[in-house]
Design a protein around this ligand. Structure first.
Ligand SMILES: NC(=O)c1ccc[n+]([C@@H]2O[C@H](COP(=O)([O-])OP(=O)(O)OC[C@H]3O[C@@H](n4cnc5c(N)ncnc54)[C@H](O)[C@@H]3O)[C@@H](O)[C@H]2O)c1
Ligand SMILES: [Zn+2]
Length: 367
């Protein structure tokens, strides 16, 4: 297998970069669609539009429906066609960004990611995660092109709910564990190559950054402050985790996340919160040392991430529910098969139950 690495050409991060949006978008298009939900439009529409207009870029604003579903993607592609735009800016969380990337794939032109939360590693990737209208995982769509630019205003990100920042830490915490599983298995990364050393190092750097900086950064975001630590964690959640997962590869944690989305009760938990349960389960599945699993549970507790099924909406899951999650996590095209051993649903179910037991014990010990 050849080593392959891919990345977007341009990443911009800093306080108030929203006011420079126009400068970065102007080389990419003359008329852009700005896609965001009502909450995000309230936060960014005025400044984004003003910056784009200063740069001579026409803007058409469209409200995002909230789910990255096939229906919503087709609707947005139609809006782009009718408005004759030549670029699309997805602004908000992972779902709006994924929808913008998917619509650009249909209509062509440029795509820009403008994350307003550091909640996932979706902004940099050349793929979308598509769900049913009801929020169940449906498919990954892979693209040849990355977003042409990724613009992250850290003041906007720090002003958003801390829960979403924590969720991004969870999504980024999974990256090194998954990429290193792919590496140990000699499996393929998300773009179909062997992980480069660079991708593995980026994933590792995301992990090290979070272990050192996540705690104080969460504290800063609680008071909407932008510190160097916040900048580092935003970069870990967005750029390092984004490049790290795509060119490093995914494994069990994200398959278990996908399995969990089968249960409606988990839909109130964020992507990152469900991924955290996936990460802890992956560590148990891999037979990691007990002390190390406890260390990661403790880290999660320190920053306020879920460590039990109850915290993601599954108070008393039935055996049938956990079997359904494990079955879905082991679907033939799932990345759980990138683990360096054969994985069966019963192993996954028992890893989830065991991770939950450890999480409950350590959580109770703090109460
Ligand atoms: N394509 C990829 O590579 C990739 C990677 C990771 C995750 N994902 C996908 O991302 C999605 C999850 O994304 P998410 O967790 O960001 O959820 P989300 O997109 O549903 O956004 C969560 C909420 O945050 C709100 N929000 C956004 N910015 C805000 C701000 N500044 N202040 C207040 N509220 C704000 C939005 O209105 C939204 O309701 C999932 O669909 C997941 O599969 C994709
Ligand atoms: Zn993720």
């Amino acid at each position: 297998m050849t080593r392959q690495f891919a990345a977007p050409p341009h990443y911009v991060q800093g306080r108030d970069v929203l006011d420079e949006l126009g400068e970065h978008v102007e080389p990419l298009g003359d008329r852009v669609l700005l896609l965001a939900d009502d909450i995000v439009l309230d936060i960014i529409e005025e400044r984004a539009t003003a910056s784009l207009e200063r740069a001579g870029v026409d803007v058409v604003v469209e409200e995002f429906g909230g789910e990255a579903s096939a229906e919503e993607i087709d609707r947005i592609a139609d809006v782009c066609r009718d408005a004759e735009t030549d670029a699309i800016i997805g602004a908000g969380g992972g779902k709006a960004l994924d929808t913008a990337k998917a619509a650009r794939e249909i209509v062509d032109g440029a795509a820009v990611s403008l994350p307003t939360i550091a909640s996932t590693d979706a902004p940099t990737s050349a793929l979308s995660v598509v769900y049913t209208e009801d929020g169940e995982f449906e498919e990954y769509r892979f693209y040849d092109r990355h977003p042409d630019a990724v613009i992250v205003d850290t003041a906007v990100v720090a002003g958003a709910p801390t829960r979403l920042f924590r969720s991004g830490i969870a999504d980024a915490l999974a990256t090194w564990f998954e990429a290193s599983a792919v590496d140990r298995a000699g499996a393929a990364n998300v773009i179909g190559g062997e992980p480069t050393d660079a991708a593995l190092e980026l994933a590792r750097l995301a992990y090290d950054t979070l272990r050192e900086q996540a705690d104080p950064a969460v504290e800063a975001v609680e008071v909407d402050a932008v510190t160097e630590g916040v900048e580092s964690v935003v970069e870990a959640n967005t750029l390092l985790s984004g490049l790290g997962f795509e060119s490093g590869g995914l494994a069990a944690a994200h398959s278990i996340h996908n399995g969990l989305t089968q249960l409606e009760a988990t839909h109130g938990a964020t992507h990152g919160e469900k991924v955290n349960i996936g990460t802890l389960s992956q560590l148990v599945l891999e037979g990691r040392e007990g002390a190390f699993v406890e260390e990661i549970v403790d880290f999660s507790l320190d920053i306020g991430l879920p460590v039990t099924l109850a915290e993601i909406g599954l108070e008393e899951p039935t055996p049938e529910q956990l079997d359904a999650v494990a079955e879905a996590a082991c679907a033939p095209d799932e990345t759980i098969h990138n683990e360096p051993f054969d994985v069966e649903p019963a192993m996954v179910r028992d890893a989830i139950r065991t991770a939950d037991a450890i999480g409950r014990r350590l959580k109770a010990a703090r109460e």
